[in-house]
Ligand binder design. Structure first.
Ligand code: SAM
Length: 319
């Protein structure tokens, strides 16, 4: 798909470039905030799986930059934003970057070190594995990433804090809801307007972190496993016990963002083309600096080059 055609078919892609966001995902976080006011009172944030950085940009623009430009704000009062990803990303004002794997236990330690032992008010995670198109498989891998994020949350989030995580809706959604509900008093699954209806993506908005009494981080997996098995029913009240039949869990599901706003599944005319003018597509704000497909592109280029060389040789030998 050409850039102009993508601009037409994906209004959020076009708007992201116009407003200086590195990715259209920025609108998802903004629309979640419109509904849940997630930034209120937030001073320390962790952005898990942050590259190329549009969520970090939102955090910087909403939290760091306003504080920085306020004459009363001392440096020690500036919000702290720590962003983690497997991939490096270009710098963003007020965002500390850590290149690392969120499934690695040491990642939590690195974050805590940046916060000087203090805990975070908000953890966001937009992590996604490479999607295969096999929904069960994608949902499973995604849930593993959320559990890794939840492990970090149990180490770095303060009691009362919030956690926002990308999820893939599927047959285990109720289980995931119950697992999150063990740790947060309010859990809502939200679908921002900028997330396509055709996509199984949604976001878990978890409010008021309140781990079970006597909870120790090392018991996390034991606790989560229990909730998925009938043997765990009596111990936990999400705590609804076995999740089917009369105990079926009803998950609060909310569409968010201005419902009269842009529909991510619709095509919109390009700004000038309706008046007969010429539309110029903008370049991406910040292309990834070391995307995982970079080596593949280089190999493909090298292979093409090799084939061309061979073709040239065989042409020469025919002469
Ligand atoms: N929120 C980002 C933004 O607004 O620009 C987009 C995130 S992108 C959809 C998903 C990211 O998850 C990718 O950059 C990928 O490298 C990262 N990711 C996937 N698995 C990860 C892991 N185990 N540890 C850290 N990052 C991971």
């Amino acid at each position: 798909m050409g850039k102009a055609s993508k601009d037409k078919r994906d209004i959020y892609y076009r708007k992201a470039k116009e407003e200086g966001w590195r990715a259209r995902s920025a609108f998802k976080l903004l629309q979640i905030d419109e509904e849940f006011n997630i930034f209120e009172g937030v001073k320390r944030v962790v952005d898990l799986c942050a590259a190329p950085g549009s969520w970090s940009q939102v955090l910087s623009r909403r939290l760091y930059l306003p504080a920085k430009s306020s004459p009363d704000c001392r440096d020690s009062d500036l919000p702290l934003i720590v962003a983690i990803d497997l991939q490096p990303m270009a710098p963003i004002d007020g965002v500390i970057q850590v290149q690392g794997d969120i499934t690695n236990a040491r990642t939590a330690e690195v974050v805590i070190r940046h916060f000087d032992g203090c805990k975070a008010d908000l953890v966001v995670c937009d992590g996604a594995p490479d999607v295969t198109g096999l929904h069960d498989m994608d949902e499973f891998v995604q849930s593993q990433l959320i559990l890794a994020a939840l492990t970090i949350v149990t180490h770095v989030l303060r009691v009362g804090g919030k956690f926002i995580a990308k999820i893939f809706r599927g047959k285990d959604t109720s289980l995931l809801y119950c697992q999150l509900k063990l740790f947060f008093s309010h859990v809502t699954f939200a679908k921002p307007k900028s997330s396509r209806n055709s996509s199984i993506e949604a976001f878990a908005v978890c409010e008021n972190y309140s781990p079970p009494e006597g909870f120790s981080e090392k018991d996390l997996y034991h606790l989560l496993e229990k909730i998925g098995s009938p043997s765990g029913v009596e111990d936990l009240d999400c705590r609804s016990g076995w999740l089917e039949g009369p105990n079926k869990v009803y998950i609060p599901f909310l569409a968010c963002g201005d419902l009269n706003g842009y529909d991510s599944d619709r095509s919109y005319p390009l700004p000038h083309s309706s008046e007969g003018g010429c539309y110029k597509s903008l370049d991406p704000v910040q292309p990834p600096i070391a995307p995982p497909y970079k080596t593949a592109l280089e190999l493909k280029k090298a292979a093409n080059h090799g084939i061309l060389e061979i073709d040239k040789l065989s042409l020469n030998s025919d002469e």
